[in-house]
Ligand binder design. Structure first.
Ligand code: C2O
Ligand code: CU
Ligand code: CU
Length: 501
């Protein structure tokens, strides 16, 4: 059985990739690690639309300010068939915020949506008051100004709503965007850096879009949203014109539930250069990289003049990675601008090593809506952590696929069921995939921002699970004050409660 769900006849495949029969067999053998898309129909796929590149938004003025407007609009995913969507400074998704380590930035958020929401800066280390979680609601037709000093090193982060109980719906409608952070070190590295030319945002989302262009909501019991139409930066059937020999793809899984195994149809290798929380110490050569919701990976892929190759996601054996799908086609021009090799050292942060006697906390993900026997409660503080601590967090999962994200930290995966983590997840991270009946141990570096009354969140980033209550809250406090810190706080005023009607 052919495991690719999109159709490409063998001759085209040979011509486009320039490989012999052995290469084809090799590529096919490599593409279906699990169920091989058993439940998904064979899909016709051809590249039709140029990849949309979200505009880059740089800060302005002495305040390094950004103006973001959340607004309803209409978007055509299929030809000219419009559907209602939400976006940031546009009708779907938002601009890429470009920032610099060390900047003191200000963000002005105007919420022109018909509902209260929030805007969270996923992956950024900042004070809890600026985090944009459920405790910082922005009323409908309301405004929120926040700001912080950018302490993160060069990396790819993102922003998305985080209203209590309605995150899945708000992200699904289209409120999300990328954040790219630069620092002095990355400017010295010879990596592709021309935004939209050889340094490309690749925001992955799955939707089910009917022939009339309408987007289906709640397509899957338990996981909520799993679509069979793949959007890259909001583009269906996307192609990217490649004009340089090497191109950097900043992969961001902004899907509600889907797990991707990203690679290329011809099985070519690429260099993984960064994970969630920035550059790796050295590049890792791979032919697939797995990304659960909210995870990021920067890869550098090499193209030959004139070739075309499809980037795809391979099927796995969890329900959230059913089916092999084309994501987009890379189309190299007849002549390519030469680019330097990927440096052999990237200078990313080394793994976090927990000190002897580090505090260990245990989290059990239960069903689809609870952690350690409890559903999320905005007024309950689950954990209190001393500032700047390094702790070991053990996350155990009995049933269904989940993942685990912690706000405002950086972590290293120590092990998975006692074994070394996968090659693609050895860098510093903030979100980890946790398959059914497995456990992971994380070495977590907490930040130094203290606030005894405003918590950060930890949760499953499958958004339906997050909304259903698979989330908890922790405070970061002055070391020594843990025992006297109150374990209950007031609910935010003006917050959105429950599910949208
Ligand atoms: Cu992507 Cu709690 O966030
Ligand atoms: Cu987050
Ligand atoms: Cu989950």
């Amino acid at each position: 059985m052919i495991c690719n769900d999109y159709i490409m006849d063998r001759r085209t495949f040979l011509r486009l990739t320039g490989v012999g029969a052995g290469g084809v067999l090799g590529a096919l053998a490599g593409c279906g690690s699990g169920s091989g898309g058993q439940n998904t129909p064979v899909r016709d796929w051809s590249a039709e639309n140029p990849l949309r590149i979200p505009p880059e938004l740089r800060s302005y003025g002495p305040d390094h300010a950004y103006d973001l407007e959340l607004r309803p609009g209409r978007t055509a995913f299929r030809a000219d068939r419009q559907t209602p969507t939400w976006g940031v400074n546009g009708s779907y998704l938002g601009p890429t915020l470009r920032m610099q380590q060390g900047d003191h930035i200000t963000v002005n958020v105007q919420n022109n949506l018909p509902e209260a929401t929030t805007l969270h800066w996923h992956g950024m280390r900042l004070p809890a008051a600026a985090d944009g979680g459920p405790h910082q609601p922005i009323p409908a037709i309301g405004r929120w100004q926040t700001g912080w000093e950018v302490v993160n090193a060069a990396s790819t982060c993102w922003y998305h709503p985080h209203p209590h109980g309605a995150t899945a719906q708000h992200v699904f409608r289209g409120v999300a965007g990328m954040i790219i952070i630069d620092d002095d070190d990355t400017r010295r590295l010879t990596l592709p850096r021309d935004y939209g030319v050889d340094d490309i945002p690749v925001i992955l989302q799955d939707r089910s879009i009917d022939g009339g262009g309408q987007v289906q909501w709640e397509t899957e019991s338990n996981f909520g949203q799993l679509g069979t139409d793949m959007l890259v930066n909001g583009t269906m059937n996307a192609y990217l014109d490649v004009t340089t020999r090497r191109v950097r793809l900043r992969l961001l899984n902004a899907s509600n539930a889907r797990l991707y195994h990203v690679g290329f149809a011809d099985g070519r290798h690429f260099a993984l250069i960064a994970g969630d929380d920035g550059l790796l110490p050295a590049p890792v050569e791979l032919d697939r990289v797995t990304l659960g919701p909210a995870e990021r990976a920067d890869i550098v892929v090499t193209c030959a003049p004139g070739e075309r190759v499809i980037m795809d996601t391979a099927a796995g054996d969890e329900r959230i990675d059913e089916g092999t799908y084309a994501l987009m086609e890379l189309r190299a021009t007849a002549t390519l601008k030469d680019t330097p090799d990927v440096p052999t050292r990237l200078g990313g942060a080394p793994p976090i090593v927990p000190p002897a006697g580090a505090r260990v906390r245990h989290f059990e993900l239960q069903g689809h809506d609870a952690i350690n026997g409890q559903e999320m409660d905005l007024t309950r503080i689950d954990e209190v952590v001393p500032a700047s601590a390094v702790e070991i967090w053990e996350v155990e999962n009995d049933v269904y696929s989940h993942n685990f994200h912690i706000h405002g930290v950086s972590f290293t995966i120590l092990d998975r069921d006692g074994e070394a983590p996968h090659a693609w997840e050895t860098g510093r991270k903030d979100t980890v995939h946790v398959p059914e009946k497995s456990s992971v141990r994380l070495a977590v570096q907490f930040s130094s921002f203290v606030d005894p009354t405003l918590p950060y969140m930890y949760h499953c980033h499958i958004l339906r699970h997050e909304d259903a209550g698979m989330m908890g809250q922790f405070l970061v406090v002055e070391p020594g004050t843990e025992a006297v810190t109150p374990r209950s706080i007031p609910a935010p005023s003006g917050s959105h409660s429950g599910h949208p009607s």
